[in-house]
Design a protein around this ligand. Structure first.
Ligand code: PMP
Length: 428
């Protein structure tokens, strides 16, 4: 083989990046604790938790052991007509974490597929009720739900590049995203556009879908728990199912195990992913209430989904171990500490004229600039401080592994990296 890095540069597509004119992709030799170790030995505090999933960090003994153990039994078997204990153990954890509210769990391969399955559940629900005209979705602007087609159809229409897929993507309904950031700032106006669309289109809407409390890849926008509560009430009033996408917010990231808990309501269908396996393997889960299950299966129908790697035993084992570890850990205190560190440590950046906003919620710290971030330059400035960031749009942000809260020196390195990235973005 020619040099593997050369092969990578010439032949392998990286996410949202050109192949013909490649951007830097830094070779990684390993990862340990809260750090990524580059091939040249440089250690970077991981501010991204590998796109928000590695909540415990890397080479976590309990998670490594779970995979090794399961490997001694089997790596994979089909889930059609066969079953295994890791799937049941994981389902039990998920049902318990949601206080027995849900009846069923569907294991999908990734976040995007979980969103597809959730949408399919909603469409099949209304089909089986004899109301096939209820097939559209209502969402809010600035959302992100994945890169497959049904998921893309509910991503923000501008950032999601809907113009490129006109005629292919189903045309969904988009309400204005709420402006409020905390409960005290709530104004009824924040849900007005959502309510108007629901009133006008309820007869053709199968479900509402959005990310509760934090809209992630669509702009790291925060809204009040009150929005989620009002949306739940309106969905009930207008007979529409509520799907919450907690693929990014689940497993403690916003300060509660699931973000929707802060609103005191539950969705009919809940999508989980990313941190589900502690970032070890790809796996997602869709939880559905008894009402949804009975609705889908009315008249003898079944949910029409069954991927090859459904409920992969390695992934289920490590996910169960990750939840056990999370529940045992002081995750609330760690998330609180990270929130305080971001609030205090980033505050002074708000004074810079090129900075539009600085905000923190749970283990998420965000600096929003007035202009797009020069990604490579900002990233390299953070790397010089020993931190790994991946800014996008006008945002320099961090969503680190929770144990970073226990290491003052590394936390300081991450903050220094964010400061350096912001300053590098604003200079000349
Ligand atoms: N929903 C949300 C809220 C997400 O943040 C993401 C991924 N960033 C997805 C869905 C898609 O998940 P995946 O990349 O695993 O397909």
């Amino acid at each position: 083989m020619t040099d593997w890095k050369e092969l990578d540069r010439r032949h392998i597509w990286h996410p949202y990046a050109p192949l013909l004119n490649p951007m830097p992709a830094y070779p990684v030799a390993g990862a340990e604790g809260v750090e990524i170790i580059l091939e040249d030995g440089k250690r970077l505090v991981d501010g991204m938790a590998s796109w928000w999933c590695a909540i415990h960090g890397y080479r976590v003994p309990e998670l490594d052991a779970a995979i090794r153990d399961q490997l001694g039994r089997m790596a994979h078997v089909m889930f059609g007509g066969l079953t295994h204990e890791p799937a049941a153990r994981l389902a039990a954890h998920l049902l318990r974490l949601t206080d027995g509210f849900y009846r069923a769990v569907f294991f999908a391969d990734s976040g995007s597929v979980a969103v597809e399955v959730a949408i399919k559940m909603a469409l099949q629900y209304w089909f089986a009720q004899g109301r096939p005209e209820k097939k559209r979705l209502l969402t809010i602007r600035h959302g992100y739900h994945g890169d497959t087609f049904a998921a893309m159809s509910v991503c923000d229409p501008v950032q999601g590049m809907h113009h490129m897929f006109r005629g292919v993507l189903p045309e969904q309904l988009f309400a204005e995203a709420p402006r409020a950031r905390t409960d005290t700032e709530w104004q009824d106006e924040d849900i007005a556009s959502f309510r108007r669309l629901l009133q006008a289109h309820a007869h053709e809407i199968a479900a509402v879908i959005f990310e509760p409390l934090v809209q992630g890849a669509g702009g790291m926008r925060f809204h009040a728990p009150r929005f989620v509560r009002e949306a739940r009430r309106l969905c009930d009033e207008y007979e529409v199912l509520l799907i919450l996408d907690e693929i990014a917010t689940g497993f403690g990231r916003t300060g509660s195990m699931f973000a929707h808990e802060q609103a005191g309501v539950r969705p009919d269908i809940l999508c989980l992913g990313k941190a589900l396996t502690g970032g070890y393997m790809t796996l997602a889960a869709v939880l559905a209430t008894e009402k949804v299950v009975e609705g889908v299966e009315a008249g003898g129908h079944v949910l029409m989904h069954g991927p090859t790697f459904m409920a992969n035993p390695l992934a289920c084992s490590v996910a169960a171990a990750s939840i056990e570890l999370l529940v045992r850990s002081p995750w609330q205190a760690r998330v609180k500490k990270l929130e305080a560190a971001f609030s205090e440590g980033l505050a002074e950046l708000a004074k810079l004229s090129g900075v539009a906003d600085v905000r923190a919620r749970g283990a998420i710290g965000v600096v929003e600039l007035r202009h797009p971030v020069p990604v490579v330059k900002a990233q390299q400035a953070a790397m010089r401080e020993g931190a790994w960031l991946r800014p996008f749009g006008r945002l320099i942000y961090a969503m680190p592994p929770y144990p970073l809260a226990d290491d003052e020196a590394k936390l300081a390195r991450l903050l220094a990296g964010m400061h350096a990235a912001v300053r590098a973005s604003l200079e000349g």
